[in-house]
Design a protein around this ligand. Structure first.
Ligand code: DGT
Ligand code: CA
Ligand code: CA
Ligand code: ZN
Length: 573
């Protein structure tokens, strides 16, 4: 699978370089798409290559297939070398900075000899950037904001990547070392949206030997520490992984301690103190007597609390609720009956509706919502009416074929810059469910446009309501609190977009929504078969937002879901 990632990276780099040079948008899009296909591909590209089936991959045209073949045979790709010639890598990395487009980057490179981030910061500080033609204070200010966000994101890693690395380390240790119990801890176990470092906890007889094995993890780039009970390594990408070996009788208390958060732990320790006890990673003690520690549950119980799921441990009131036995009964994976945001090959995905339905059936779902982009989303091959109608025919045909799963007709309709929707009501009313999203005009009266979309009886869901990308984009200029209130008023559902770089709404907003009685719709926004598996990030974020099954419309049967639509429950005066 190593070659999949290498190739994805190479195609992304080609796209970056072409953008930098100001190439035709469509060329750039083709390379980006190839990168995404490879990145999300479940099979090994080398196997596919060997079988001579490169061209059968959807999203991979003849030209790209030829380049993949060249790379797998020779270890080189001429196009890559040609495209990136004369452009330093440090320069291309900077394309991830929000508000700094390829044109501006090329300009500062040419005029001010900027080659990397520290050069760029320098020309901002000394004022020479603002003096360039077409720049000005305002633009520079925006680039500065972009840099801040970029640096913050670089310092933390996405939950998806952290989870992948952690499970590789855990699998490796289970295979190669004598481990009794093992679990991730820290922010990863709490499913925070970004992770500072990866913490893993284990028990086993020979700590030193386990740690030694740990430092030989194939992805290790550097060993920071290797003792009898603690080891620390840096893996690819500069990511730190800590492993702690703890005594069996303290496994629960250590897991509790190292899961955190720090604020939750401090609060919990105070409660122990009030009860005349002492809580540490070694256990809960009364005087010198060991009261609890083998199991995490025992500790909460001994302190008079209900068990608090890791996702809630942020000291946001969960301890008080646990004392009063009033914690929410959080939504779980088994409650989820369907995925409510999926793209198909009709717009910019590489999966057919049939493949999606079959996979979703395997996941045990009762329904899926096919929600491709509408016509104005040109970059994403948005659907003209004619193709939308064709899609309906296909869905109807497939619904006769699939018995266990219902394919719902949907759309992710664009909310245009002027606030109108991309399709008229007479089209929207024919759809089972409608998602309305903003993909353009991020600073143009966003709150008002979202509210006016919610006034439409056929708009069931507002997609990714804040528009943020965790790694790279702050999101719309929007008063999200007003949007949530208006959703409550109009009985519109708000989306929890489960794509790991969105997680939008976030935990805090979800909790506000729940308090105001707004229903949440979880959708993976999958652009591939693989993308359907992102539901887990949605569920975890829902749990971090204190959501119960009733709060999440995906837990309803298809009949109830459709009966709950606001078009059938009029609020309009
Ligand atoms: P991260 O890595 O920044 O995403 O966040 P965490 O929560 O994983 O933090 P980390 O890796 O520094 O420490 C793991 C856990 O260990 C943390 O959640 C709680 C616990 N911990 C670490 N330092 C302290 C401390 O000084 N006091 C207490 N009570 N707990 C601590
Ligand atoms: Ca951590
Ligand atoms: Ca740590
Ligand atoms: Zn969207």
């Amino acid at each position: 699978m190593k070659k999949n990632k290498e190739l994805a990276r190479i195609f992304d780099r080609i796209a970056d370089a072409l953008e930098f040079k100001g190439a035709n948008v469509f060329k750039v899009v083709a390379y980006r798409k190839a990168a995404r296909v490879l990145d999300e591909l479940v099979e090994d590209i080398e196997e596919i290559h060997k079988a001579g089936k490169l061209q059968e991959l959807s999203g991979i045209g003849a030209g790209i297939a030829k380049k993949i073949d060249e790379y797998l045979r020779t270890g080189k790709m001429k196009k890559y070398e040609e495209a990136t010639k004369g452009i330093p890598v440090s320069l291309l990395d900077m394309l991830d900075i929000q508000n700094l487009g390829p044109k501006t980057l090329a300009l500062v490179n040419r005029k001010l000899k900027v080659k990397n981030l520290s050069d760029l910061k320098r020309v901002i500080e000394d004022g020479s950037l603002a003096k360039l033609p077409q720049m000005g204070e305002k633009k520079v200010e925006n680039i500065k904001k972009g840099i801040e966000l970029y640096e913050r994101a670089q310092a933390r890693l996405s939950i998806a990547l952290a989870q992948k690395i952690a499970s590789e380390v855990v699998d490796y240790l289970k295979r190669s070392a004598k481990i009794e119990e093992i679990s991730p801890a820290g922010s990863l176990r709490r499913w925070k949206e970004t992770i500072g470092d990866i913490d893993i906890l284990a028990t086993g007889r020979d700590g030193a030997k386990i740690i030694k094995t740990f430092t030989k993890f194939p992805g290790t780039e550097r060993i920071l520490a290797a003792g009898d009970t603690k080891g620390s390594i840096i893996v690819e990408g500069g990511i730190q992984v800590d492993l702690r070996i703890v005594p069996r009788k303290s496994y629960g208390s250590a897991l509790q301690y190292f899961t955190g958060s720090k604020a939750h732990n401090v609060h919990l320790r105070n409660i122990a103190k009030q009860k005349g006890m002492k809580l540490s990673e070694y256990g809960l003690f009364k005087g010198r007597r060991f009261r609890a520690g083998k199991k995490e549950e025992d500790i909460y119980k001994a302190l008079g609390l209900d068990y608090i799921p890791p996702e809630l441990r942020e000291d946001r009131g969960e301890i008080e609720q646990a004392q009063m036995h009033k914690l929410p009964k959080l939504v779980e994976a088994k409650d989820i009956k369907g995925d409510l945001h999926i793209h198909s090959k009709y717009s910019d995905s590489n999966a057919t509706i049939e493949q999606l339905a079959r996979t979703a059936e395997g996941l045990g779902y009762e329904y899926i919502l096919i929600s491709d982009h509408s016509r104005s989303a040109r970059y994403a091959h948005g659907l003209e009416l004619k193709r939308l109608y064709k899609q309906w025919e296909e869905i109807e045909r497939l619904n006769r074929k699939f018995i266990r799963i219902k394919i719902l007709k949907g759309i992710e309709v664009d909310i245009l810059k002027d606030g109108r929707l991309d399709f008229p009501d007479k089209v929207l009313k024919e759809l089972d469910l409608v998602i309305a999203s903003i993909h353009q005009g991020f600073t143009k009266s966003v709150t008002e446009r979202l509210c006016s979309a919610m006034d439409n009886p056929y708009v069931d869901i507002i997609g990714h309501p804040t528009g943020r990308l965790i790694s790279s984009r702050e999101g719309y200029q929007v008063d999200i609190h007003r949007v949530i209130e208006y959703a409550a008023k109009t009985k519109t559902w708000l989306e929890l977009n489960a794509y790991w770089d969105r997680l939008d709404l976030n935990d805090i907003n979800l909790r506000t929504a729940r308090e105001l009685g707004v229903k949440i719709s979880i959708g993976t926004d999958a652009h591939s078969i693989e993308g359907l598996s992102w539901m887990k990030f949605g569920i975890a974020t829902a749990r971090r937002g204190w959501l119960e099954p009733e709060d999440v419309v995906n837990t309803y049967s298809v009949d109830r879901l459709l009966k709950m639509r606001k078009r059938l429950r009029p609020f309009f005066p």
